[in-house]
Design a binder for this molecule. Structure first.
Ligand code: NAP
Ligand code: MN
Length: 265
């Protein structure tokens, strides 16, 4: 990537992080990179912080598919962060010596009531915001698949499968499989309401539609990654894999399964 030298730093503006970013900026500049302050001039978007910071960086920059994202953690390595601020020299060495590769991560596109879509790198979740259960009619393409009643549902990307999805016993999915996983949060199952009860995966050819049954208890909380959407009323969510990906710069010797092993086993 010798011709892609404009770097934009995305981080929480605190004095502590400012002090961490300063020497890394200088080091990168000394190695021929340019630091830019406008995302539209960037070829590379570097997030400083944990997975949370990486999720914010992609959201704030609009899930650009013409940029490379790189996650630089201030702490241990995470799921989206292959480098740490402590080893900035190592990072530059890796970049200059072809020890890095670009991975494409699938993202999910969610449209609420036909409005302009939101994108998610981890997941879209929909939950009741009151103690009572709420009801969702679940459609796969045009098939009325099931009626869900309970706390909510999670639709996760492969890279998001290790996050919220895993906490509800969803499967971990290899990011090389372009797919989305639907998992239940505390479904009520009885003679009236019956759901599959296990997670399932949909391919990029499918569209999932969640219709919130309008029964007076229909103001769900909709989350996209680590943000709640401030829409009070939602009737229908249309969810599919986006046509675009995000491209992440990562170490060749640190695969998704290395990270899963390191974090969970
Ligand atoms: P948080 O509640 O502060 O942290 C959730 C934890 O998940 C953090 O340890 C975070 O790592 C980690 N994480 C984020 N993305 C991950 C991924 N793809 N694979 C494995 N771990 C991941 O919230 P946050 O830091 O803003 O992260 C938002 C995410 O939290 C949401 O996208 C959702 O997946 C998850 N979440 C989980 C639950 C649950 O498990 N019950 C409930 C709500 C939300 P860092 O420490 O590096 O940030
Ligand atoms: Mn966090």
């Amino acid at each position: 990537m010798p011709h892609r030298k404009n770097i934009y730093f995305s981080y929480k503006q605190t004095t502590e992080l400012e002090q961490i970013v300063q020497p890394i900026s200088s080091l990168l500049q000394a190695n021929g990179f340019h630091i830019v302050t406008d995302t539209k001039d960037a070829h590379i978007i570097a997030s400083i912080g944990g997975d949370n910071a990486f999720l914010q960086a992609t959201r704030k920059t609009g899930f650009r598919d013409d940029c490379l994202y790189i996650g630089i953690n201030t702490d241990q390595l995470g799921f989206y962060t292959d480098f740490t601020t402590e080893n900035a020299e190592q990072m530059i060495h890796a970049v200059q010596n072809a020890e890095v590769e670009v991975r494409k991560y699938p993202i999910i596109e969610v449209s609420i009531d036909g409005e302009k879509p939101f994108y998610c790198l981890n997941e879209c979740s929909i939950r009741s915001n009151v103690i009572k259960t709420f009801v969702i009619d679940v459609f796969i393409d045009d098939i009325a698949f099931e009626t869900f009643r309970g706390d909510g549902m999670i639709v996760s990307t492969p890279t998001g499968s290790t996050a919220y999805n895993k906490s509800v016993r969803g499967a971990i999915v290899d990011p090389l499989l372009p797919s989305m996983q639907i998992s239940e949060i505390a479904s009520l199952n009885n003679n009236e309401y019956r759901t599959l009860g296990t997670s399932f995966l949909l391919s990029s050819q499918r569209t999932l539609t969640l219709k919130v049954v309008q029964d007076g208890n229909d103001h769900p909380i909709i989350g996209v990654d680590n943000e709640a959407i401030s829409i009070r009323h939602a009737e229908q969510l249309t969810i599919k894999l986006a046509d675009k990906h995000i491209k992440v710069l990562k170490l060749k010797n640190n695969s998704f399964w290395h990270r899963v092993q390191r974090k969970f086993l």
